[in-house]
Design a protein around this ligand. Sequence first.
Ligand code: ZN
Length: 365
Amino acid sequence: MKQFRTGNLRFRLWCDALAALVLLTACGTPSAQMATSTPPAAATVIEAAPPPEVQTATAAPLRFVLPSPGAEPVSGWRPPLYPVPWAVSPYDHFYFTRPNPADQVNWPQPDYRYGGIFFDDEVHTGIDIDANLGTPVLAAGPGTVVWAGGGFYTGLPDNTTDPYGLAVSIRHDFGYQGKPLFTLYAHMSRVDVTVGQHVETGEQIGLVGETGKTTGPHLHFEVRLEYNLYHHTLNPELWLAPPQGWGVLVGRLDQQNGVLLSSYPVNVISEETGRVRRVRTYGTETINPDPHYQENMVLSDLPAGLYRISLIFDGRDHQFWVEILPGQVSYFTYTLYGDFKLVSPPTPALDFVPITPTPTHTKRP
Ligand SMILES: [Zn+2]
């Protein structure tokens, strides 16, 4: 078990961009205020904590006081992941496992998600996973190594200033909607594979490092569809299998008339624990929404339960509630001057239906 470290993150450089500014201002906490309204009457998940149970045996002076349930820990143990490929609906594609060992932090840094704008309109094309120098980097799925070493961004292997540093890219044995899928692992300290080598899920491909545009060790991870190019990424949080019993929030926040709310802070508050997670909507350039969801916000690794979504806009606290279901995507659309909907996007013609295994663990841990 490993504590989630955040201290060094404030000083991390954005790892993909060509610019070289320090991120001291990029990872500040959003300024949106927490909402104080109560949930709708229909949401009855809030229950009063049971009174402490006290054993009153007279023969022995022992007293057992059970603590009241507290807020969930910010770090520490998490349930094991759903087996890959995991897809409860035809539109889901949790095809990959986490690219780092199960006993390490294996979730995105909150301030370094996909679509985050760090400075000068540069948009993050992957997720960053906190990891110590030398932590094994694992293949997220089976495939063939198509890049191993420096120079990935520029395509020049001898380029020692490449922002990705030492990197590995894998073309996977499976694709999506008839297009090939790639994953990318960057900033490594050591590469253990060679181009053309076939690797299996979970196979070590190198070690976490701090090469390229970064000031601290971490793993930068990307998912790319169709072309293994900078402008063909998708949000890895929609491709990495969730922990069992946990789900993924996917949203599309419109201002009005289809104009998306860009890089805007949103609070996602657990009605059960009160824990607040802050996420920003995507920046508008470089990155791509999911082909089906057309989202501009994703927050993965949410324990199942009821969540209040809150954002302050134009002096008004916009609030609505979304239920997170185990192993599934919970999708919403919200228009600031219009509607809130919990319906999926219009159903496109399906030319590809992924495997839909039956959930085996549906209870919260
Ligand atoms: Zn990164």
